[in-house]
Design a protein around this ligand. Structure first.
Ligand SMILES: *[C@@H]1O[C@H](CO)[C@@H](O)[C@H](O)[C@H]1NC(C)=O
Ligand SMILES: *[C@@H]1O[C@H](CO)[C@@H](O)[C@H](O)[C@H]1NC(C)=O
Ligand SMILES: *[C@@H]1O[C@H](CO)[C@@H](O)[C@H](O)[C@H]1NC(C)=O
Length: 430
């Protein structure tokens, strides 16, 4: 009896303490907001925008996010800027499909992609978000030159590329060679094959996951967006009919393919160009020009732990081996019988500019665009051809490694939580 009472008293005291702490925190954040709105007039627009979004950094302590350096703090601020070209395109079409283009540092490729996008029918109706892994002037110049639609640039503030001395970048006490951890007193955990982390390699998966969380849950531009978002990369050539075809696929999906979670612009076999049949195709999720809606994103986000702990540095293989299989049903995507996007890169993503093994492919591409690729070429009366049990990565694959460091797992989990930070419980992700 007495014991329970004592516990209850303790409980009550704890609650009071918690209350005081919360009120103090609230006070401090109000103060911060009011201080912000009183800064220089030139920054007013930026500050207005900032006050409307959740300030990630103020929660970073709770979230275990690395401390932002001066440069990454600037990037975080850039991310709050409104889209460009709103004067040219004041209104987005009601049922627009937002396009997210994620890039690293291959300007010679980006130029090709942007040029292809400029010819896409319907592009002016939508918002293009360019998500950058790292900050590269030449990449920015290309994006700043876009005049064919609204454009918003975002920069991954925790990219290993913007941290020069310490995690998520390289730090001097990181383990490097196999077996280091035992003898030397270095930091880091090896992957399943005994190798230690390479910041340049892990940046790919981090960027993808940060970008996904940010475009779905962290931007006011997409907050109310209940349609699809299309994802493309810096080495994907987009055909002029891509957007109109995608709109058709999205509207046909609920009718023609109940098991389809997404729509794709290209076959999942990256070398294929389509069958040319008079039929829609349902197949495995592909990684070129894939589009899905918020319902599907929630399902993916829910599997954040699976995504973040799987020892493979490839986001797409991680999805195929862990996240999609966890949905419990085969995960199909719907596409047309002729591709509307192709992957053209020859250089690997890690061979950026200015390195010893600099990539010499100058991005000159010779992709044939026929008349049939210039207008929507999907028919609503078509049936669906389903490819069952296609080969490819699936549940049971143990991963290519490169993702064994506990710090990367933690950073990845923090990305999943950063826009849900009022609830710091890991359970937000199931
Ligand atoms: C989103 O897409 C999924 C899969 O196609 C579908 O089941 C769901 O109803 C869609 N959600 C909305 C809100 O349209
Ligand atoms: C790019 O490379 C191709 C073949 O490798 C060559 O024909 C072309 O002239 C090059 N273009 C530029 C701008 O260097
Ligand atoms: C926080 O998450 C827990 C576990 O999912 C849930 O029970 C609780 O209701 C959440 N709290 C808020 C305020 O959303």
């Amino acid at each position: 009896m007495a014991n329970t009472r004592k516990l209850r008293l303790k409980d009550a005291a704890l609650k009071r303490l918690l209350y005081v702490v919360l009120v103090t925190l609230l006070g401090v954040s109000l103060l911060v907001v009011s201080l912000r709105t009183n800064t220089t007039p030139g920054l007013n627009r930026l500050n207005e925008d900032l006050s409307e979004t959740i300030d990630v950094q103020s929660f970073s302590g709770m979230l275990n996010l690395p401390k932002l350096n001066e440069f990454s703090t600037l990037l975080e601020k850039q991310n709050q800027l409104p889209p460009r070209n709103r004067d040219l395109y004041p209104k987005l079409a009601k049922d627009h499909i937002t396009i997210v283009l994620y890039v690293h540092n291959r300007p010679q490729y980006l130029r090709v992609v942007v040029e292809s996008l400029s010819k896409v029918a319907g592009i002016s109706e939508t918002l293009l978000i360019v998500s950058h892994d790292g900050y590269f002037e030449e990449m920015n110049k290309i994006v700043e030159g876009i005049k064919f639609c609204q454009v918003k640039q975002i920069f991954a503030p925790y990219s290993p590329h913007v941290f020069t001395d310490g995690f998520p970048g390289v730090s001097s006490d990181d383990c490097k060679e196999k077996g280091d951890a035992g003898e030397k007193h270095c930091v880091g955990n090896p992957d399943q094959y005994g190798n230690h982390r390479s910041p340049k390699i892990v940046s790919l998966k981090h960027h993808w996951w940060w970008m996904m969380n940010t475009v779905w849950d962290g931007l006011k531009e997409t907050k109310g967006h209940d349609g699809h978002i299309l994802f493309i990369e810096e080495d994907h050539f987009i055909y002029p009919n891509a957007y109109r075809n995608l709109q058709l696929l999205v509207s046909l999906k609920p009718i023609k393919c109940q098991d389809c979670y997404a729509a794709n612009l290209a076959p999942c076999d990256v070398n294929a160009r389509g069958e040319g049949w008079d039929s829609l195709v349902a197949e495995r999720m592909g990684n070129i020009g894939y589009a899905f809606n918020r319902t599907v994103w929630r399902k993916i986000h829910w599997k954040g732990k699976e995504f973040c702990f799987f020892d493979d540095y490839n986001w797409d293989i991680t999805m195929w081996a862990t996240v999609y299989p966890s949905f419990g049903r085969p995960v199909y995507t719907l596409r047309g019988p002729r591709t509307s996007a192709v992957h053209f890169g020859k250089c690997g993503l890690h061979q950026g500019q200015g390195q010893s093994n600099a990539c010499i492919d100058n991005g000159s591409v010779n992709i044939q665009v026929d008349d049939v690729d210039k207008v929507a070429n999907i028919r609503s009366e078509w049936g669906v051809h389903v490819y069952h049990d296609q080969a490819g990565y699936k549940a049971g694959f143990k991963g290519w490694g490169g993702w064994g460091d506990h710090r990367d797992h933690q950073l990845c989990l923090s990305f999943a939580q950063m826009y849900h930070s009022y609830n710091t419980s890991l359970d937000v992700m199931g």
